[in-house]
Design a protein around this ligand. Structure first.
Ligand code: 1CP
Length: 349
């Protein structure tokens, strides 16, 4: 661990260190805004075929590192490989997002496997090992999983939704069955992350993209509790493992998340006010974030101003520069170059 800490700025921050130039990576840095990704995607039979092709997944993971020299690579995969490995049918149609066989009632739940089929996920673990062999010195490799609540929203709706209404309703109407699904996902995600560490990731992020739609009690029950069980389970199997939590939209509940979930660092979405981030969050844990992906898409003075405000507020403490959510597919490459240069101090005024 010590060697890794010495040569990887991102790991130094996760250990509580403060870097003069904050390490930077971007959520969804491997993806559709990159022409080299679109070229590989156009040749692939489907999105999941890319995720399960070890060579291609490793190549896509490395594309943004080669182009921008980020401080971390994030494994190219998707949160929905877990439902796939639980036996749910998952497909991705270009431009339409994911489609799953929706879980409409508790009997549909019985068709799921109780445990993930790690054989199906083997290519993912092999991709981690392949990336490791090619990663430049100093660059950390991140694994990830979706948080149980967020993954469940897709499993129940059978697609992405604006308001996660099907899962919210299911959780109220079939509370026991929903709790069972969450338990399955806690086990599955814990095992998945442990295997990612065994394959060679330096740290992992737990994406709870839809945490923000849950009212207080539900937030505790479906976001905080499952995530804290995953963190405890992973730490038990992999002592010292580094874990970033990203409860998007948690707002002031970020504080209760930090009280209960023993993550090493916390990802902030773009709505988190910078004074609150500095005074109430960064005083407790290293923070990561939180540029508005739309500011990156817009570019120009709006982008520069947003970057500077974040650096002013957060770079005095343990801090990883990132977006507040994923890179949008329409984002110009030149804006990402400008962002990296500005964070690293190569652009004035
Ligand atoms: O057609 C295509 O080329 C697929 C586009 C795409 C990509 C590039 C999808 C489909 N997933 C990904 C990669 C991906 N997804 C990564 C790779 C690493 C990276 O560069 O960040 C990661 C970490 C994810 C995680 C993911 N998938 C999340 C959590 C983070 C987030 O962005 O909120 C979620 C919610 C998903 C579901 C998903 N997968 C793909 C899409 C279009 C969606 C969103 C669907 C929706 O809600 O409408």
């Amino acid at each position: 661990m010590t060697d890794r800490l010495v040569d990887k700025p991102l790991l130094r921050v996760l250990a509580g260190g403060c870097e003069a130039i904050p390490p930077i990576w971007l959520m969804r840095q491997a993806g559709r805004y990159l022409p080299e990704y679109r070229a590989l995607r156009a040749k692939a039979a489907g999105f999941l075929d890319l995720c399960f092709d070890t060579k291609q997944a490793a190549e896509i993971t490395l594309q943004p590192i080669r182009r921008f020299g980020f401080d971390a690579a994030i494994l190219f995969s998707d949160i929905l490989v877990v439902p796939h490995a639980l036996g749910q049918r998952v497909t991705f149609r270009e431009g339409e997002g994911p489609q799953l066989d929706a879980i409409v009632d508790s009997s549909a739940l019985k068709r799921l496997r109780e445990e993930v089929d790690h054989v199906r996920l083997e290519p993912v673990y092999e991709a981690i090992a392949a990336v490791k062999r090619q990663l430049p010195v100093g660059v950390a490799l991140l694994g990830f999983c979706g948080a149980p609540w967020t993954v469940a929203t897709y499993m129940i709706a059978g697609a992405g939704t604006m308001d996660q209404l099907p899962a919210r309703l299911f959780a109220y109407q079939h509370c026991e069955a929903f709790a069972k699904l969450i338990d399955i996902l806690v086990e599955a995600s814990t095992g998945y992350l442990i295997r990612q560490f065994a394959a060679g990731v330096d740290a992992v992020q737990i994406f709870d993209t839809w945490a923000g739609v849950l009212p207080g009690d539900e937030f505790r029950r479906w976001c905080i509790e499952p995530c804290s069980r995953i963190v405890a389970g992973v730490r038990k199997a992999v002592p010292g493992s580094r874990i970033i939590g990203f409860p998007r939209g948690a707002a002031t509940e970020l504080e209760s998340y930090l009280d209960a979930v023993a993550v090493d660092a916390i990802g902030l979405d773009w709505t988190v006010e910078l004074g609150f981030a500095r005074d109430r969050v960064q005083t407790r844990r290293p923070v990561q974030g939180n540029l508005d992906p739309l500011a990156l898409l817009a570019g120009g003075a709006a982008l520069d101003r947003s970057i500077d405000a974040i650096l002013d507020a957060l770079s005095g403490g343990p801090f990883i520069f990132n977006l507040g959510h994923g890179v949008l597919p329409e984002t110009p490459i030149a804006h990402v170059e400008r962002l990296v240069a500005r964070v690293r101090g190569a652009t004035d005024g």
